[in-house]
Design a protein around this ligand. Structure first.
Ligand code: F6R
Length: 616
């Protein structure tokens, strides 16, 4: 999961590439590099570290040229260092390539190429691609790439240039994303749309095994058999400003604050009087009527949205649901068939495990519905039906607004499914769900100043943690519809502040985790009003009795909870319990954010992570 870009036109290619890479840095940020054709030379510059290291180097010693390719890396094969960074040369330094994905047969390719005299300098699988293209090169880069594709196994999107063919870039994809940006007298290829949006809104989505051959004037797409293909141009509706921080310190904070608007837009787009509409959904109501069971399959935060949807779909549409992580589902020979609807949830639409799970489910005859944020992504295109969350670009690695958008879309889908199956219209559902944007806004308005209550709690935790020689940790407890939020809150905290955090269903405490409670961990208890509220109050007493420090997430005006003398209380607006996860998660996101800010960590680009996991 790396980011790749290619540019050919009249501008200074290095500048375009570096700017494009800054829009792709969310995909990987342990090293970056560019290859630019300067006169008759092919110059590569690559550096370990964030893009800023490369940018500084290029400022000191610029490379002039009109055509080039660039890469931002998330290491799979070989540690992050200058040599393993992309682009990679072939052994004659005539060809340069960038690669996103994994070449599974690279050891075989390497052996074969070494026998032919090719010398490898890096520890990467990607370098084999450069040598392979070189071994197939007979004066036409596109043909060489096409022949090489026949020998490569694995997932990849690549871009290649040859110094003898200046102005030409050849790209290819197989299971990793690649889009083409169509400009005026210039053209682009990239892993994702934000990389080209500063220059053009016209894009073409490349399909698996297609090859693109571009120069500043023409863009030609070929199928794997070498036959030319006609492709549809798509006009991107959103603006690059949506992929900028707009005065917020971090993308994550900006995206948290965008949530009221995101929820509002979804509801306005999807609700018409008492009906829910999903215009783009190709699965018919009749097909939904025949559904006997539903499997929701996703990874990470999207999986947590799926866990919440299980409550909603079972309650509203009365269809049995099970939820699985994609990486388990795909290897378990899951029991899905023609009567199963498999819902895959993915912000990026490119997560390798979720894509594989989708294929597995379709092979077994199930209908697959994708809930995706990224338009035209692989998962969206391969599913039988898609519902877009339209949350706008999510840049911070830690997912926030995409999660609430997934929740809201899944709630609406539960309602849609119920009506498809002949249930009576429930006007209470529509009325209640419409109160979500105002509730989210009301909540966030309390936390818009820098010195807000959650920031203060985070600062107290930080002091506590240091005073106890870094010994403290977090436990998140929730029940019923807010149990998935307990794991989501813990995930948010650990991924950006590197503090150990565990999420648990509160009722399970007495079966083990209560042994952890002493004065060390801080325990976040989701205790909003609902069916298990009283039970949660008892759990709180059990924790207090053992010296645990509690942050309670409460419903506003809850005097009873205040009497239980928990150390910290965060109030949330009153909302129907089924929909409360979309509100309750917001303070959990803010808490994770402010704790990470106290520690001074790189919030938008946490260590070891990348936004979309396009490898297994
Ligand atoms: C956590 C996070 C990840 C993703 C997961 C799935 O904040 O962002 O856990 O949720 O990698 O990604 P998508 O939704 O793109 O399939």
């Amino acid at each position: 999961m790396c980011g790749i870009i290619g540019y050919t036109g009249k501008k200074n290619a290095t500048q375009v590439l570096v700017k494009g890479l800054s829009r792709l840095e969310y995909r990987g940020y342990d090293s970056a590099g560019v290859a630019v054709i300067r006169d008759q030379e092919l110059v590569i510059r690559k550096k370990k570290g964030k893009l800023s290291v490369l940018r500084d180097d290029l400022k000191k010693d610029p490379i002039q040229g009109k055509t080039g390719i660039g890469h931002t890396r998330w290491a799979t094969h070989g540690v992050p260092n200058d040599v393993n960074a992309h682009p990679h040369y072939d052994h004659k330094e005539k060809i340069a390539i960038v690669h996103n994905g994994i070449i599974e047969n690279y050891l075989d390719l390497k052996k074969m190429l070494e026998r032919k005299g090719y010398k490898f300098v890096s520890e990467t699988d990607s370098e084999a691609i450069a040598h392979l293209i070189s071994s197939n090169y007979k004066g036409d880069l596109r043909k060489a790439v096409q022949d090489s594709a026949k020998q490569m196994e694995g997932s990849y999107s690549i871009a290649a240039v040859h110094k003898g063919e200046p102005g030409r870039i050849v790209g290819m994809r197989n299971d990793s994303p690649l889009i083409i940006g169509i400009g005026e007298g210039e053209n682009f290829i990239a892993s994702d749309i934000p990389a080209v949006l500063d220059y053009t809104k016209k894009v073409v989505y490349l399909d698996n095994k297609e090859i693109v051959d571009l120069n500043e004037k023409t863009v030609l797409v070929y199928g794997p058999n070498g036959r030319k293909k006609k492709k549809k141009e798509v006009e991107i509706k959103w603006d690059i400003s949506q992929a900028e921080k707009n005065g917020f310190r971090h993308f994550m904070l900006k995206e948290i604050f965008e949530q009221p608007e995101v929820i509002k837009n979804i509801l306005e787009e999807r609700i018409e009087k008492e009906n829910v509409k999903f215009d783009e959904l190709k699965i018919t109501k009749n097909q939904l009527k025949k559904t006997k069971k539903i499997a929701i399959v996703a990874c990470g935060t999207a999986y947590h949205a799926g866990l919440t949807a299980q409550y909603a779909i079972e309650e509203v549409a009365k269809v049995p649901v099970w939820v699985d992580t994609s990486s388990e589902f795909r290897y378990r020979d899951p029991l899905v068939d023609k009567e199963t609807l498999v819902i895959v949830v993915s912000q990026s639409g490119e997560t390798a495990d979720t894509l594989a799970a989708l294929r597995e489910a379709r092979e077994k005859g199930a209908k697959v519905l994708a809930i995706c944020n990224v338009l035209g992504s692989s998962i969206a295109r391969e599913a039988d039906g898609v519902i877009y969350t339209h949350a706008g670009p999510e840049i911070a690695v830690a997912s926030t607004k995409a999660y609430t958008a997934q929740l809201v879309v899944l709630y609406l889908f539960a309602y849609y499914l119920a009506s498809a199956r002949g249930s009576k219209k429930n006007s209470g559902f529509i009325k209640e769900i419409k109160s979500l944007p105002a509730a989210a806004k009301k909540l966030l308005d309390q936390y818009s100043s820098k010195r807000n209550k959650i920031a203060k709690y985070a600062s107290e935790f930080h002091e506590y943690y240091l005073a106890r020689n870094n010994k403290s940790c977090f436990l998140y407890l929730g029940r019923n519809v807010n149990y998935p939020n307990a794991i989501e809150g813990a995930l948010k905290l650990k991924e950006i502040s590197y503090i150990s955090a565990e999420g648990y269903p509160a009722g399970e405490m007495k079966h083990g985790p209560i042994a952890l409670i002493d004065e060390n961990p801080w325990v976040v208890c989701i205790a909003v009003k609902g069916a298990t509220y009283e039970k949660m109050l008892s759990n709180i007493q059990e924790i207090k009795a053992r010296g645990g420090i509690i942050i309670a997430i409460a419903t506003e005006g809850d005097a009873k909870l205040k009497k239980s003398k928990v150390e910290y209380v965060i109030e949330t607006p009153r909302i129907k319990e089924l929909f409360s996860p979309a509100i309750v998660v917001i303070p959990l996101q803010l808490l994770a954010y402010y704790v990470a800010a106290e520690f001074g960590y790189d919030i938008d680009q946490p260590r070891n992570l990348a936004k979309s996991v396009t490898v297994e």
